[in-house]
Write a new protein. Structure first.
Length: 139
């Protein structure tokens, strides 16, 4: 059963292409968010104000990976695909889209923990470097 139900006249039989386009948009936003979580610290090196956006995003991304949870964007995308006449999928975004070409054997819990820990370590190093350099500039 779809997570999202839209009343008439916006029914899947009338606008399936709209739902598929919305599902694709959610997919692109999800991908952009994952890339921002993974690489946003490097952008913060240039634009320090981005830390206000990146720190919560990185903490959320690490939490989802470490807890084994599923990002809320995943069920939204699946529901939109189902409303558009497509077939939804089980699991999370990474398992469905990324696993097939990065982890052919599947995404194990250990790999998921490593991804979450990697996000935390990489960003801790970047932010530690920023704080250290900021202190040097002040003194």
């Amino acid at each position: 059963m779809p997570l999202l139900t839209i009343p008439y006249p916006l029914s899947p039989s009338i606008f399936p292409m709209l739902y598929r386009a919305l599902a694709d948009a959610v997919l692109l936003v999800h991908l952009a968010f994952i890339l921002f979580v993974a690489l946003g610290g490097f952008f913060v090196l240039r634009w320090h104000w981005l830390a206000w956006l990146h720190v919560p995003a990185a903490l959320w991304g690490a939490f989802i990976e470490l807890s084994g949870g599923i990002c809320p964007l995943t069920p939204l995308e699946v529901s939109l695909r189902q409303l558009g006449g497509g077939i939804g999928y089980e699991g999370g975004f990474i398992e469905h889209y990324v696993t097939a070409w990065i982890y052919p054997e599947g995404l194990s819990r250990e790999i998921q923990l490593a991804i979450g820990a990697g996000v935390l370590v990489i960003n801790a190093l970047i932010y530690g470097w920023l704080v250290r350099n900021r202190r040097r500039e002040v003194t």
